[in-house]
Design a protein around this ligand. Structure first.
Ligand code: SF4
Length: 705
């Protein structure tokens, strides 16, 4: 029976998987959601949803949900306990470590999956209430590069675009981005573009998006920065520079011109495995385009020179005057539903509202707004995720609190990460599912409610606050993360500090005060009701915005050419090329590329593999894409089991023989636990984001040994 026939009412909420932030209409019967359909009036998805969104309710109803707090007993078994006992154990465990080894000895790892209000609460509780110095988010694994690139180039972490730009461009350039399956509703917006746009894809792999593009520049892995510099050089040589914009609104053009002169297109193209005629055609299309937009995702962010690669795209947009107008921009597409919220509100490596912990004025502002002693706010930066793990390795960090993320699967060089989790004196994992890989390493498990079982706001890729609604009851004893944080604050003895933090909307009002006067200002929003009525509201939304615009209006940044540096000018930033850390060699002759494999699975599959529908849409066992020529030389056929080895470990996966990968390259989706057995632990030096997409591996048929 259609859910809409059984429902007595409906309401709209933002989807809780990816950063597209689609609106889903939930069909409610007797206070519980009985079905959903994509919201036709929501300005993001316009009536569309991908399979994950359609199945959002189904994954809540699983036998693998964590339904009670659990403590590991002396035999190593989990025992169910009351919340009272769990909160006491949490406080005893961490307080004892802090008393013996100092506040630096306990850290937390946060997420891009919980609402902004819960992130703000978590960050404030951990840093100001529990006195922790170190915390980072799993957004370090996906978005840190974009944050650093924007901050350095624009003066603030500010993706400038709105989804309308997908429909307004006459030339779209995707670098390391596969929106066809990674962000399918954004891709649908591209398909609605009536300008017959040029679609240019730079990617070593012939992805679904590359197949649909007018130009697929199939470069060798890790040649993207050189290639972008060569394109920049040729754009300058061909006279495609918007000199009026460059002179009025940017700094560093001469350095840029001199730097990219070292990258002549005829030298770089053959090194990158690309035809220079095709590259000149690409330059022509970018140069002649009236509204050119450049888009990137994990192919850029998850690279050891990701920040400079993102900035090479930003440089092109700025230099050609493709910013602040419809259909333009250098646009990072985010991954998780609230990665953008994490950037502003997690209080991990940035102080609330993207302030700095080392700036005393910023600390004073936050202390005044929260009415707390300034000394409660650390005056030092947190360690980044990899540095926290290094701290565990060195025995300096002994306690870890992991919230809504799964490092035992997702962290680069997984074996090393798992060993570090086991080395901890005390590991607390707060998650919806007790089957999550990281739970297996925990000393204490806190069962959390999920999407649909609590309230708050997510911020999507185009800076839109969307509303999450409670339409189901969480199973058993599971609590919203918000309630768990309130409980911890009380048992820790800092409940008074959070007396005003009674419910998510009360915290949203605190966030509004924290945002006032900053680029991310949302002080003009009337409250949840207005967000709901408007189909979400993009930041900034100050009181002045309230007077000048309709909230429904799609808004992009920098229409006035004024950037967030004091002089109002954007920076053009270039750098030297750095060598590939682990190139293929005789022993490990293949490049391993990793990434999203399907529209129907999400990250480590913790949620999505609970849906029978989503499981049917994707192989349950790990597979590896291998080029037909390489497969033939090893006498390998489709479906044969292969053993893949890197210097870190080995994995088994089924051969998928396909020309989507070039000879000498293989691809494994990140959704399988096997993939990160192989990856190499190395990082972008500016953003400290892991470089997941390049390591050397060997391959042989499983029958060979
Ligand atoms: Fe949800 Fe993203 Fe799918 Fe939209 S595209 S329905 S936000 S998972």
């Amino acid at each position: 029976t259609p859910a809409s026939l059984l429902a007595d009412t409906t309401t709209t909420a933002t989807c809780g998987y990816c950063a597209t932030g689609c609106g889903l209409r939930l069909h409610i019967r007797d206070g519980e959601a009985v079905g959903l359909t994509p919201e036709t009036d929501y300005p993001v998805n316009l009536g569309m949803a991908c399979p994950k969104g359609w199945e959002a309710l189904r994954v809540l109803d699983s036998d693998e949900r964590a339904t009670a707090p659990m403590i590991r007993d002396t035999n190593g078994d989990f025992v169910k306990v009351s919340w009272d006992e769990a909160f006491r154990r949490f406080c005893e465990g961490f307080k004892q470590i802090q008393a013996e080894h100092g506040n630096e000895s306990v850290a937390f790892v946060s997420t891009g999956q919980i609402p902004s209000e819960e992130m703000t609460f978590l960050g404030a509780l951990a840093k100001f209430g529990m006195n922790l110095l170190h915390g980072d988010g799993n957004t370090r694994q996906c978005m840190a590069t974009a944050v650093t690139a924007y901050k350095e180039s624009f003066g603030f972490d500010a993706p400038p675009y709105t989804y309308d730009d997908f429909e307004q461009s006459d030339c779209l350039v995707f670098v390391g981005s596969n929106p066809c399956i990674g962000h399918p509703i954004m891709w649908e917006r591209v398909l609605r573009n009536k300008n017959n746009p040029d679609i240019i894809v730079l990617d070593p792999r012939r992805t679904e998006t590359a197949m649909a593009a007018s130009e697929h520049v199939q470069l060798r892995p890790k040649y993207d920065l050189q290639l972008l510099y060569a394109i920049t050089n040729e754009l300058i040589k061909q006279g495609y520079v918007d000199e009026a914009f460059v002179n009025a609104h940017t700094k560093g053009f001469e350095e840029l011109r001199n730097h990219v002169a070292n990258f002549p297109i005829d030298d770089v193209a053959p090194q990158a495995g690309v035809d220079s005629v095709q590259l000149r055609r690409v330059v022509e299309k970018i140069g002649r385009g009236k509204a050119v937009s450049l888009w990137w995702t994990m192919g850029v962010n998850q690279s050891y020179e990701g920040t400079r690669t993102a900035q090479a795209m930003i440089n092109i947009a700025l230099m050609t005057g493709n910013i602040g107008r419809p259909g333009t921009g250098a646009n990072s597409i985010t991954g998780q539903c609230n990665a953008m919220g994490s950037r502003l509100w997690s209080n991990t490596t940035n102080l609330l509202g993207h302030r700095s912990f080392t700036n005393d004025d910023h600390r004073r502002e936050v202390a005044e707004i929260l009415d707390i002693d300034i000394d409660r706010i650390p005056n030092q930066n947190s360690l980044a995720y990899d540095q926290i793990l290094d701290g565990i390795r060195a025995g300096k960090i002994r306690g870890l609190w992991v919230i809504a993320t799964n490092p035992a699967h997702s962290w680069i060089d997984q074996k090393g990460a798992r060993e570090l989790l086991d080395q901890l004196d005390f590991l607390v994992v707060q998650d919806m599912y007790d089957s999550a890989d990281t739970v297996k390493h925990a000393d204490l498990v806190l069962p959390a409610a999920g999407w649909g079982e609590k309230e708050g706001t997510f911020i999507n890729s185009e800076r839109r606050y969307g509303l999450l609604k409670k339409v189901c009851k969480a199973p058993g004893e599971a609590l919203a993360d918000f309630q768990i944080f309130r409980g911890i604050a009380h048992y820790w003895g800092v409940g008074e500090m959070f007396a005003e933090w009674t419910d998510p909307e009360a915290v949203f009002r605190i966030m509004q005060r924290l945002s006032a006067g900053r680029p991310c200002d949302v002080s003009g929003i009337d409250g949840y009701e207005q967000i709901d009525a408007c189909g979400g509201i993009q930041w900034p939304w100050s009181s002045e915005d309230n007077n000048g615009f309709e909230p429904e209006q799609q808004r992009r940044l920098f229409g006035d050419g004024v950037f967030f540096y004091e002089d109002g000018k954007a920076r053009l930033i270039v750098d030297a090329i750095t060598p590939v850390p682990e190139p293929p060699c005789d022993d490990y002759p293949f490049w391993l590329l990793t990434g999203r494999g399907t529209v129907s699975q999400w990250h480590t599959q913790t949620r999505t593999n609970k849906s029978p529908v989503l499981r049917q849409l994707y192989p349950n066992e790990a597979y590896i894409e291998i080029n037909p020529a390489n497969a033939a030389s090893m006498n390998v056929s489709n479906g044969d089991p292969l053993v893949i080895r890197s210097r870190r470990g080995k994995a088994t996966a089924t051969a998928f023989v396909t020309p989507t990968v070039a000879s000498g390259q293989v691809f494994m989706p990140m959704h399988y636990t096997e993939t990160n057995h192989l990856t190499l632990s190395h990082f972008d030096p500016y953003s400290r984001q892991p470089s997941y997409k390049d390591c050397a591996v060997s391959i042989e048929p499983a029958s060979a040994r």
